[in-house]
Ligand binder design. Sequence first.
Ligand code: ATP
Ligand code: MG
Length: 354
Amino acid sequence: MSSFAPLIFSGVQPTGNLTLGNYLGAIKKFVALQETHDCIYCVVDLHALTINPSPKELVNGTRSIAAAFLAAGIDPVKHIVFNQSRVHQHAELAWVFNCVARMGWLNRMTQFKEKAGKDRENASVGLFAYPALMAADILVYRATHVPVGDDQKQHLELTRDVAQKFNYDYSDHIGELGLGVPMEIGEETVNGYFPMTEPVIEGPATRIMSLRDGTKKMSKSDPSELSRINLTDTADDIAKKIRKAKTDPEPLPGDSGGFEGRPEAENLVNIYAALSETTKEEVLREFGGKQFSVFKPALADLAVEKLSPIADEMRRLLDDKGHIDSVLANGAERASVLAEKTMTDVKKILGLSW
Ligand code: ATP
Ligand code: MG
C-alpha cells in the first residue's frame, strides 16, 4: 500500500432528539459526501453510556438516529450504517488508545470540561476517556475524512495525535511487518499504520447556536426544549420556538460586519443561509434592514419546508422497527469485517498476537 484509500467515517450519539444543529452540521454533509466517497455512518451508542440513559431510552434513541440517517437520504446499501456496540473492535481499539493518549491531552478537552461542569470528581471515567473511543471509532476503519460540526474539531486533533504517537512508537515493527505507509513526522519519516485523519468542517452551519443563548452551542442534551429545534418538531413547535428565540431590538444589518455583539441575530441568519444553501450575505441582501417580526416567520416557514419531509419519513420508518434493526445488523456485519482486519494488524503490531 502506498497511501490510504479515501474513506469517510462519522457518528452521532443517541442522547436525545436530533436537532437542527445535528442536521445542518453533520447529517446533511453525510448525505452529500456519499456521492463522491465510500462512507461509514455510525450511531455511537457506547458514547451515549457516558450520560447513563435508561435501557429503553437507548434502544429508542438508537433506532431514531438510524431512522434519521435513512430519512435524510443516506443509502445503507451503497454505504455502511450501523450502531457502534455491535462491532466490538471499537471498544477493543479504544483500550489500546487509552494507553496511547496522555492524561494531559484529555485534560485539555473542552467537551469534558463543559459536560463535567463543576463536579469533576463525580464525572464518569467514560466521559473523560470519550475522545479515545472516538479516535478508535475513526481509526478502526483507518478513515481519512470525518465530517463533523465545529465542536468536534478538538477531538479530531486528538485523533491525529493518537495516530501519530502510535505510528511513531511502533514504526519499526510496522515496517518489519510490511504494514506501513511512509509518513513525515517533523524531520523524520516513519512507517505509519494509521492515517492523519482530516476533519471536514465546512459551510455556514458548522456551529448552530442555542436559540436561548447565542454564545452556547445548540445540543440535543440541553435541558431547555426552547433552546433547540428538533428534527421531529411539528410546524407549530418550530414556529413557536423561532418566535421565542432570543434576539435584540435592532433590525437585521445590511451586511455580516453588522453582527458584532449580536450572536443571536447572526445565528438565525446562519440557519436561514444553511437551510436555503446560500450565504449570510445573500440572506442579508433580502432581509437587511428588516425587523425580526418579518424575518422570524420567514425562517419558520423555511425550516418547516425543509424539515417536515424528513420528520414524516422518520415516523414512517419508525413504524417498521424490524426494517431499521435489519439495516443496523447488516451494516454491522460489513463493518465488522473491516474492523477485524485492523484489529488483527494492531494486535500483531503491539505484540499481542504473532
Ligand atoms: P450531545 O449534547 O449529547 O453531545 P449533540 O447535539 O452535541 O449532543 P452529538 O451526537 O454529540 O450531538 O454530535 C453529532 C454531530 O453533530 C457531530 O458531528 C457534532 O459536531 C454535530 N453537532 C452537534 N451540535 C452541533 C451544532 N450546534 N452545530 C453544528 N453541528 C453540531
Ligand atoms: Mg455533542
